[in-house]
Design a protein around this ligand. Structure first.
Ligand SMILES: Cc1ncc(COP(=O)(O)O)c(C=O)c1O
Length: 384
């Protein structure tokens, strides 16, 4: 049986209720959302709204209408960054960003003359609040931070940064790709103006789903314009939400699947999901540390990290390791830079990359055992 340990890329398997909900909608309904007065379209619209409400509940956001759906967290981040930043604006960001943030910022630096300051982090990916504060200038319009690194797993001090941003009157955007569904997120208490999330990782929903929680609705220009199903004679994108940032026919089947995934998360309890992943993380760290010639990166502490562990074996290329584990042990892990080269610069692996395991809710200790057996088998074979 093959073992999936790449949940930081995308979660697998999904709760069965997710494909069932998608199937049920596609076979028995098929209506579009916001665009029909017939019963099936009204039902589809209600199901989309239900997912918005569940997300609002999960993130403690008071108004479901200002949660907009996108196709991915990449699109959500582009929507926020491109929709907010103008020539002369200054942005403060972490040393750990995924290219979904970093490439977008670099493109805006080149094309719109924004300026960027990257806050330093230590080798474990830990950031000091005082360094965030020191990076602010009178031109700082936005602080954008990942909630947790997808390379080192390190959780960033989001609540403290949010408080600082609010005190200084600066907007705060959080990339919750690695945390939504597994770490508590409260956009009100944590002073988050914009929360970008994806549906297909820890939220356990289908690919092609994501969104942006908007607490500064008047500040963002739409990324795209187009049909919304209402006010069609008006020649510009409407100002009201969610239509302001949602143009074109939506991914109704995916959003309904995401709704089923959110129901599953609420049934199990987000705190129980986090506790299970944290236990597995502690077990994996202990087992991995016992392997000779292994280099483990990141805080190596489940309290400071989501379920992501980057590692290398001395003298072994990460791709070779991942290929061996897949072919010989049926264990799937990730190898490379994971689209986040800046985090690799912190641990000096930008030329080499790392192996990475991503723990998910459906993993068990036996999956970690299979990984460890595979690594030991590789070492034994090499020594022959
Ligand atoms: C921290 C972080 N941000 C953004 C992304 C981009 O996600 P997607 O490709 O689903 O848009 C990822 C995916 O790995 C991520 O880990």
């Amino acid at each position: 049986m093959s073992i999936y340990l790449d949940n930081a890329a995308t979660s697998f398997p999904k709760p069965l209720s997710v494909p069932q909900a998608v199937y049920d909608y596609m076979v028995n309904n098929g209506g579009t959302s916001g665009r029909g007065a017939y019963e099936k379209a009204i039902i589809a619209d209600g199901l989309v709204y239900r997912t918005r409400k569940l997300l609002a509940q999960l993130f403690n956001h008071p108004d479901p209408k200002t949660i907009v759906f996108t196709s991915s967290v990449t699109e959500s981040l582009n929507m926020a960054l491109q929709g907010l930043l103008q020539a002369g604006d200054h942005v403060v960001t972490s040393s750990l960003e995924h290219n979904a943030v970093w490439r977008c910022l670099k493109t805006l630096e080149r094309d719109r003359q924004i300026s960027i300051t990257t806050v330093p982090a230590n080798q474990n990916g830990e950031t000091n609040l005082s360094d965030v504060e020191a990076a602010l200038t009178p031109q700082t319009k936005l602080i954008v931070f990942t909630h947790a690194s997808n390379v080192l797993g390190t959780i960033q001090p989001i609540a403290a940064i949010g408080k600082l941003a609010r005190q200084k009157g600066i907007l705060f955007l959080v990339d919750a790709a690695q945390t939504a569904g597994v770490l508590p997120i409260d956009v009100k208490a944590q002073n988050i103006d914009l929360l970008a999330f994806t549906g297909h990782k820890s939220l356990l929903g289908p690919m092609g789903t994501g969104g942006l929680v908007v607490n500064c609705p008047n500040d963002i220009h739409p990324l795209i314009s187009g049909g919304t199903g209402g006010d069609s004679a008006y020649e510009y994108q409407p100002d009201y939400y969610p239509n302001h940032l949602e143009a074109g026919t939506m991914n109704v089947s995916g959003i309904i699947g995401l709704g089923a995934a959110l129901n599953f998360i609420f049934e199990v309890g987000p705190e129980n999901i986090a506790a299970k992943e944290s236990d597995l993380m502690a077990y994996a760290l202990e087992q991995l540390a016992a392997i000779s010639d292994i280099e483990l990166y990141g805080p190596r502490d489940p309290q400071k990290s989501v379920g992501v562990i980057a590692f290398n074996l001395a003298g072994v290329a990460p791709d070779e390791m991942a290929y061996y584990l897949d072919q010989q042990s049926q264990v799937m892990i990730r190898a490379g830079l994971h689209c986040a080269p800046s985090a690799h610069r912190l641990i000096d692996t930008v030329n080499r990359g790392t192996c990475r395991i991503g723990i998910g809710y459906f993993n068990e200790k036996s999956d970690i055992d299979a990984l460890i057996n595979g690594l030991n088998a590789y070492i034994k074979e090499k020594k022959k």
